[in-house]
Design a protein around this ligand. Structure first.
Ligand code: C2E
Ligand code: MG
Ligand code: MG
Ligand code: MG
Length: 278
C-alpha cells in the first residue's frame, strides 16, 4: 500500500542519515587516533616542472589509509577535518612532515596546501614559522598554497598572517585560480607570488576556445604583476605544448607524474631530468 511504501521510504531515509552520521563520527575518531600515532598518514609528492621540462619543485598532498576502509581521498577527509577542527593539528603535522622532506631535497621547492580554517585560527602564521624554524629549512624553499576562499573575507587576521609569512621568505601561491569568486580584486589586495591555473581550464583546452582565451589572459595578467604562472592538471602533450607557448612558467599533472611517496621523488628527479636531456 501507499502507506506502507511511505513508511519504508521514511525508514530507509533514517537509516541512510544515521549511517552517514555514524561514518563521519567514526572517521573523526579514527583520524584523531591516526594523528596521535601518525599511523596511516602520509604525504605524497607531485612534481612541478619548469619551462624546459625539468623538475623544480613538488606539491605535498595528504594521504590517509583508514585501518578499515583503506585509502580515503583528501576530498573526503579534509572537509571532515575542517568541520571538526582536526585540520589544525593535521595541517601542522603536514607542515612538519613537508619540512622534513624539503630538508632532503635542497634543490626542490616544496608546496604545502593550507586550509582556510587553519588560516583563520589565531596565531597561525607564528605557529607555522616556529615549525619551519625548528626544521632548519630555508623559508625560501617553501610555498604555501591557498585558495581564493582564504582571501574572501577581507579580514585583518588573514592579511597580517600572509604578510608575516611572506616577510619571512615564504612564497604564497593562489591555488585553483579562476574557480572562485572575483579573483582580480584579491590580486590587488593581497600579495601573492604565484597563480596556479585550475585544472578545469587546462582540461577544456581543445574543446572550448574560451579556455584558451582565459589561459592567455591569466598568463598575461600574472606576468604583468610579476607573478609566476603555473598550470595544474596537465595530462597530454598537446596541453603541454599549448601552455608552454602561452608562456606558463611551470606545469604539474599526470603527464609528468602522479603524486608519489617521498621515497620515489629522487628517482623521479633523475627521470624527468633525463627526459629533457634525451
Ligand atoms: P589541489 O591542491 O588543487 O591538488 C591537486 C589535485 O589534483 C591533487 O588531488 C592531485 O592528485 C590532482 N591532480 C594532479 N595532477 C592531475 C592531473 O593531471 N589530472 C587529474 N585529474 N588530477 C590531477 P588530491 O591529491 O586528491 O587532492 C585534492 C585536494 O585536496 C587538493 O587539491 C587540496 O585542495 C586538498 N589537499 C590535499 N592535501 C592537502 C593538505 O595537506 N592540506 C589541505 N588543507 N588540503 C589538502
Ligand atoms: Mg594545491
Ligand atoms: Mg591546485
Ligand atoms: Mg585543484
Amino acid at each position: 500500500s501507499a502507506k506502507g511504501e511511505g513508511r519504508d521510504c521514511h525508514r530507509h531515509f533514517d537509516v541512510t542519515m544515521d549511517a552517514t552520521v555514524r561514518l563521519r563520527g567514526a572517521i573523526e575518531e579514527d583520524l584523531r587516533a591516526a594523528l596521535a600515532t601518525g599511523e596511516g598518514l602520509a604525504l605524497h609528492y607531485q612534481p612541478l616542472v619548469g619551462g624546459d621540462g625539468t623538475m623544480v619543485g613538488v606539491e605535498a598532498l595528504m594521504r590517509w589509509t583508514h585501518p578499515e576502509y583503506g585509502p580515503l581521498p583528501p576530498a573526503q577527509v579534509i572537509p571532515i577535518a575542517e568541520e571538526t577542527g582536526l585540520i589544525v593539528p593535521l595541517g601542522e603535522w603536514a607542515l612538519r612532515e613537508a619540512c622534513a622532506a624539503a630538508a632532503r631535497w635542497p634543490e626542490l621547492f616544496v608546496a604545502i596546501n593550507l586550509s582556510p580554517v587553519q588560516f583563520r585560527t589565531q596565531g597561525f602564521a607564528e605557529r607555522a614559522l616556529a615549525i619551519i624554524r625548528e626544521s632548519g629549512v630555508r623559508p625560501e624553499q617553501l610555498e604555501l598554497e591557498v585558495t581564493e576562499s582564504v582571501l574572501i573575507d577581507d579580514d585583518a587576521l588573514v592579511s597580517a598572517g600572509l604578510a608575516k609569512l611572506r616577510a619571512a621568505g615564504l612564497r604564497i601561491a593562489l591555488d585553483d585560480f579562476g574557480t572562485g569568486y572575483s579573483s582580480l580584486s584579491y590580486l590587488r589586495k593581497f600579495e601573492v607570488d604565484k597563480i596556479k591555473i585550475d585544472r578545469s581550464f587546462v582540461q577544456h583546452l581543445g574543446h572550448t576556445v574560451d579556455s584558451a582565451a582565459i589561459i592567455h589572459a591569466v598568463v598575461t595578467l600574472g606576468h604583468a604583476m610579476g607573478l609566476t604562472v603555473t598550470a595544474e592538471g596537465v595530462e597530454t602533450g598537446d596541453q603541454q605544448r599549448f601552455l608552454a607557448l602561452a608562456g606558463c612558467n611551470q606545469m604539474q599533472g599526470y603527464l609528468f607524474s602522479r603524486p608519489v611517496p617521498a621515497d620515489a621523488v629522487a628517482a623521479l628527479r633523475t627521470q624527468l631530468g633525463a627526459r629533457r636531456a634525451a
